[in-house]
Write a protein that binds this ligand. Structure first.
Ligand SMILES: [Zn+2]
Length: 151
């Protein structure tokens, strides 16, 4: 049991696991698998770099810097995911259509039509007419509004 206390004391004040660590771990596993099939020197070097960086961050005592790295990583992920967010919503939600207003960028949640047909809806925020495939006439719900959120 003694080594557990030693390890706990060693880990005291060190950074540990975060989202970036998990991402690096996945990359490392992928590289390991690729390495089995290719036996490429570049892959081995990449593996080593990822491994060292992963553990450097894990044992790091500069928590502020590591948190900053993780924050940057999450920011990049968010930017990459953003264009696919509406596509994902439209696939997941079987009862609504999600459309962003081209003028004020408000995300509109529209009821799904009974039949496919072109419909014009008015954005409740900026009153711009939008063309969507929608049939039923229901109240349009606002989910997010980037422009007015911080005011
Ligand atoms: Zn609008």
């Amino acid at each position: 049991m003694k080594w557990i206390y030693k390890f706990a004391r060693f880990m005291n004040g060190r950074y540990g696991i975060d989202e970036l660590y998990k991402f690096l771990f996945k990359i490392y596993i992928i590289l390991l698998i690729v390495d089995i099939f290719t036996k490429n020197n570049i892959i081995i070097y990449l593996e080593l770099i990822v491994f060292v960086f992963m553990f450097y961050r894990f044992f790091s005592k500069n928590i502020k810097a590591r948190k900053k790295e993780n924050k940057l990583y999450l920011k990049i992920v968010k930017i990459i995911k953003k264009p696919f967010l509406n596509i994902k919503r439209n696939i997941d939600d079987k009862e609504h259509i999600y459309k962003k207003c081209s003028k004020c960028k408000t995300l509109l949640k529209l009821p799904l039509p009974d039949k496919i047909g072109i419909k014009h809806v008015k954005c409740p925020k900026c009153k711009k007419r939008l063309t969507v495939f929608c049939y039923r006439k229901e109240k349009i719900e606002i989910i997010t509004n980037n422009k007015y959120k911080n005011s």
